[in-house]
Structure formats: structure tokens, C-alpha cells
Design a protein around this ligand. Structure first.
Ligand SMILES: [Cu+2]
Length: 233
């Protein structure tokens, strides 16, 4: 094939309509006034933990911005399974800082490493309590400056609980998905599920206190928007 005709072929192919993966984006809004958070008074009774605070910290069940932007909503594509790339993606880090888990809400893929760190000067006890068969319970002491602990979970599970047996107010909720198509909404209420192949999907938005909502979308060539509004019922 002559160079010029090869060029023409490549140019023609470039303009063929090809369905590309696109992003599913959206904003999560909280409507109304969120319930008052609860002061974690037992934390201030513990000298190691209290030393890290000037005032009593509170729960952060409802992380809501000035315009109702709702963080900590776990958004995923319902029913998409068997697509995990968890074994080859970077670990997710779950820190223990100020006698709290940080973040409180996070999401990983099946078989993705979860690295649990102790950034405090006191001992913590990392105790995960999955409820889905196949996901293993762990209960490990982690000294100050101790080595990171690493866990993986092979089965999808929503809001898998991590707790600390030394500090009974400490919780983290880790959702595990069998695909890379999920996201936790940020402080701006926004989420992006990247590189979704064309097709019809049900987007599920789950907040640990406010429940779950779904929205059907179809991904074609362009990004798709799926906004959600939560309120206390
Ligand atoms: Cu602890």
C-alpha cells in the first residue's frame, strides 16, 4: 500500500463513529438541615486522645457544605461484577489519627490492599467485622509507630465495618466493589465514575445514615450526569 493511501485509510478510520468509554458525573445534595452531630465525650475522658484536642470532637455522620453539598456518599454501578482490577491497583490507606479513623467512609475493589496506619502516639486495635461470607474478620493490635497492617477482601460488601476495641467510638466503613466503577462524593458533593464502557446502568448512591437511591443512565459517547438529593425522612 502506498504511503498516501495508508494515510487516507488512517484518516478515514479516525472519523468512524466509535463508542468510547465516558464518565458518569454528578452532584449529591442534602436538602434541609442535617441532624446535629454528637459530641464524642468518651474520647475526652481518654488522656492520650484528649491531648490531641482543644474542644470535644463530634461525629461526622452528615458532612454537608454551605450549599448542601453532601460528602461521604458511596456511588457505584449496581450489578456490575467480575470486573475487579483490585489486585493491580495502588492500596487504599485507612489512617488512625486523633483517635478517629480517617477517612470514615471509603471504598475499594475486591482484592485491593487496604493499608491501615497508626499515626497516633497511642495503641489502637484494628478490628474489622465483615458480614459477607468469604470476607475474613481480623483483630490486630497496632502499637504507636507500628508497622502498617494490610487487609484485602475478596467479596463485595457495602459498609464493611472497622472498629477499634480500645476506643469504642472509632469506626470506619469500607465498601468493597467487584469493579472499578465507584466513587465516594467529596466535600463539594461531586462524584466521578471514570471510563465507563457504553451501556445501560443503574447508578446507586448510598449514604450510611440516609439510605440508598438509584438512577438509570445510558452511557454513549459523552459524559453522563446523574445528580442525587438526600433528605432526612
Ligand atoms: Cu483506637
Amino acid at each position: 500500500m502506498r504511503i498516501s493511501s495508508l494515510f487516507l485509510l488512517v484518516a478515514a478510520l479516525a472519523f468512524l463513529p466509535v463508542a468510547h468509554a465516558a464518565d458518569i458525573v454528578g452532584v449529591i445534595t442534602f436538602k434541609g438541615t442535617p441532624p446535629a452531630e454528637i459530641p464524642i465525650t468518651p474520647l475526652m475522658d481518654n488522656p492520650d486522645c484528649a491531648a490531641m484536642y482543644k474542644t470535644t470532637p463530634t461525629t461526622h455522620f452528615y458532612v454537608v457544605g454551605p450549599k448542601g453539598e453532601l460528602a461521604d456518599v458511596v456511588v457505584s454501578l449496581k450489578g456490575v461484577t467480575g470486573k475487579s482490577t483490585g489486585a493491580s491497583v495502588p492500596p487504599a490507606v485507612l489512617d488512625q489519627k486523633g483517635c478517629m479513623y480517617a477517612p470514615t467512609i471509603m471504598a475499594v475493589q475486591t482484592n485491593q490492599k487496604i493499608v491501615v496506619r497508626n499515626s497516633d502516639n497511642c495503641v489502637h486495635n484494628v478490628h474489622c467485622t465483615p458480614t459477607v461470607p468469604g470476607n475474613e474478620e481480623h483483630n490486630d493490635v497496632q502499637m504507636p509507630g507500628g508497622a502498617d497492617l494490610t487487609y484485602t477482601f475478596p467479596k463485595p460488601e457495602m459498609f464493611l465495618r472497622f472498629k477499634c476495641d480500645v476506643h469504642p467510638w472509632m469506626f470506619a466503613w469500607v465498601s468493597v466493589f467487584d469493579s472499578p466503577y465507584f466513587c465516594v462524593s467529596g466535600q463539594d458533593g461531586k462524584f466521578v465514575i471514570k471510563n465507563v464502557p457504553p451501556g445501560k446502568y443503574t447508578v446507586e448512591a448510598a449514604h450510611r445514615k440516609l439510605g440508598t437511591q438509584t438512577r438509570d443512565v445510558e452511557v454513549k459517547d459523552a459524559d453522563v450526569t446523574a445528580d442525587f438529593t438526600f433528605e432526612v425522612k
